[in-house]
Design a protein around this ligand. Structure first.
Ligand code: ADP
Ligand code: MG
Length: 331
């Protein structure tokens, strides 16, 4: 299959630049998540990539072919909608067969491809069920089967897990990744859930106000968030101030942030703080440390210190932002 190339994508809706110039390269077989808060323009971007919404400006190319002025059914892409959009009066098989019927694929071939798609998502036993008779997770897999049965070069999924409960979300998530890797489909997943993006993606594009702030592999994004927005949106951070900031290489007006696992308790540090709270998180504890009016959060594995005790603190990697942009600290 081919890759996806998006250049200068723009959309103005309701008097506002909802998509304000998006560039995105997805390599053949790569999975990229479009991650950002609600309202930042993810769905609008995906709908333009799929061809359901005309672009105001910019281009979309799939497998090296410009498809900007092509309808969705003529693009080598398939989309899974947030609400699944299954036909309630049709069986699971009829739903999955639908896009092949509209393309006049011969009956015999349709039957074989639908059977294979249902087997791929583990739903062969529900072939004759109606969507209303199966669970939300199963409906999501029908929607996925209806997309992959088209043998698309590019698979587009809009918040595929948002209607599922927490436990199901993890299993369907792993299932989507397994199928995507097995078929080697170029994939874009839209999500507002950082855990989802971090766990399935080859790369993550973090969106904010209609723009991509950073696109990078999950580990890189976490370790070196390019902007203050990305740092606060992915993982957790504490603001480093007052006595905690002594010795940090920064200027007045900079924002200094630290990840909780980079806050280390050690007896021999000249920097001391008081333990103000301890929250058990399972295999580790989140410890809130206070020095005067400043607080830091630390992740501590092993026995946590007691509330009220003084402890030595050392900071590992910090993140220094000037005008919202990373200028130092991270290694
Ligand atoms: P996301 O998927 O990231 O939550 P959307 O792309 O759905 O965001 O929407 C981005 C913004 O554009 C939202 O503020 C939304 O209200 C607005 N928007 C979307 N569609 C329209 C429309 N047809 N008319 C006016 N505003 C719209
Ligand atoms: Mg959306």
């Amino acid at each position: 299959g081919g890759g996806l190339l998006v250049r200068g994508l723009r959309k103005r809706l309701g008097g506002r630049d909802v998509v304000a110039g998006i560039d995105l390269d997805v390599a053949p077989g790569e999975l990229v998540s479009l991650l950002g808060p609600s309202g930042c323009g993810k769905t609008t971007t995906l709908r333009m990539v799929a061809g359901f919404l005309p672009v105001d400006d910019g281009t979309v190319a799939m497998g090296g072919r410009d498809v900007t002025d092509t309808g969705p059914e003529r693009r080598p892409s398939a989309m899974v909608f947030q609400n699944y959009a299954l036909w309630p009066h049709m069986t699971v098989t009829q739903n999955v067969a639908f896009p092949l019927r509209t393309r006049r694929v011969p009956k015999q071939q349709t039957a074989e491809r639908v059977r294979a798609a249902l087997e791929l998502v583990g739903l062969s036993h529900h072939a004759t069920s109606k969507p209303t008779a199966i669970s939300g997770g199963e409906q999501q897999r029908v929607a996925l089967a209806r997309a992959v049965v088209q043998e698309p070069d590019v698979l587009l999924l809009d918040e595929p897990l948002s209607n599922l409960d927490a436990k199901l979300r993890v299993s369907v998530r792993d299932e989507i990744r397994r199928i995507q890797q097995r078929l080697g489909i170029t994939t874009v997943i839209v999500t507002h859930d950082q855990d989802e993006a971090l766990s399935v993606s080859d790369r993550i594009a973090v969106m904010h106000d209609g723009r991509i702030e950073q696109i990078a592999a999950p580990a890189e994004l976490y370790a070196r968030p390019a902007t203050e927005f990305v740092a606060s949106f992915i993982g957790s951070t504490s603001a480093v101030g007052g006595r905690f900031a002594i010795g940090v290489d920064s200027r007045p007006g900079d924002t200094v942030l630290v990840r909780p696992e980079q806050v280390v308790l050690c007896d021999d540090s000249p920097l001391t703080a008081t333990v103000s709270r301890v929250l058990m998180r399972g295999h580790f504890a989140e410890v809130v440390l206070r020095a005067d009016d400043d607080e830091l959060r630390a992740f501590v594995s092993g026995p946590p210190p007691s509330v009220g005790h003084a402890v030595g603190v050392r900071l590992g990697d910090v993140l220094v932002y000037r005008e919202g942009v990373l200028v130092g600290g991270a290694r």
